[in-house]
Design a protein around this ligand. Structure first.
Ligand code: FMN
Length: 194
């Protein structure tokens, strides 16, 4: 197994982060990995907004959390026991889990492949992060989060045009605690035609 495949298999979503900010140099590599991701038609549609302001990330994370319903309450079907998500625990108040760095990926609203392009970039970035010892969590509800007054204000401040819409938020930080283990892979997900 080569190193890339090992990282792909071992990478787990991290939701518990240390307070310490990620190194500037590592952030640059993570962004490079996103900028070099495959995009539909090679159009390089994603624009990335980096936020390392603790208060802003907390406020946005709470907005993001508010667009999610209640956690599963059966105590059996966990997203992750070791790195609990908002789907596991109602007491988590931020959809960004206190991450010191949050990168949001935007694409033009009317670009058919905007979600795919942003996902492609985000996945590259999670893998780059993991290879550098940085944990990450792919977070949904980016659209709603950046349709808030605060979200619109940040877009304006950053010079992101209003015809862009947020597609993915990526939380990043040094892992705190155990990453947890991958669930067993479901059977029968690979089909072959002859
Ligand atoms: C499209 C997508 C959306 C996701 N949205 C969220 C989210 O909003 N909040 C969250 O905590 N995790 C989110 N995740 C992370 C998944 O919960 C996580 O990948 C899954 O439980 C498997 O865990 P693993 O990444 O450790 O293998 C998302 C992952 C994907 C691919």
């Amino acid at each position: 197994m080569n190193e890339v495949i090992r990282h792909l298999l071992e990478k787990r979503t991290i939701r518990h982060y240390k307070e310490e900010q990620i190194k500037e140099d590592d952030l640059k590599w993570i962004l490079q990995a996103g900028l070099y991701a495959s995009t539909a038609g090679g159009r390089q549609s994603p624009v990335m907004l980096v936020c390392q302001n603790k208060e802003t990330n907390e406020r946005l994370g709470r907005i993001n959390r508010a667009f999610f319903g209640h956690a599963n309450s059966d105590g059996i079907h966990f997203v992750s026991q070791a790195q609990k998500s908002i789907a596991d625990d109602d007491s988590i108040k931020s959809g960004f889990y206190g991450a010191p760095t949050v990168i949001t990926l935007f694409a033009p609203r009317n670009w058919l492949y905007g979600v795919h392009d942003c996902t492609s970039a985000a996945v590259n970035m999670t893998l780059a992060a993991w290879s550098l010892g940085i944990g990450s969590c792919y977070v949904s509800r980016a659209e709603e989060t950046f349709e808030s007054e605060l979200g619109k204000k940040l877009m304006q401040e950053a010079g992101i045009e209003p015809h862009y819409t947020a597609r993915v938020c990526l939380c990043l930080g040094y892992p705190d605690g155990e990453p947890g283990t991958a669930k067993p892979r479901k059977e029968g997900r690979v089909k072959v035609v002859l």
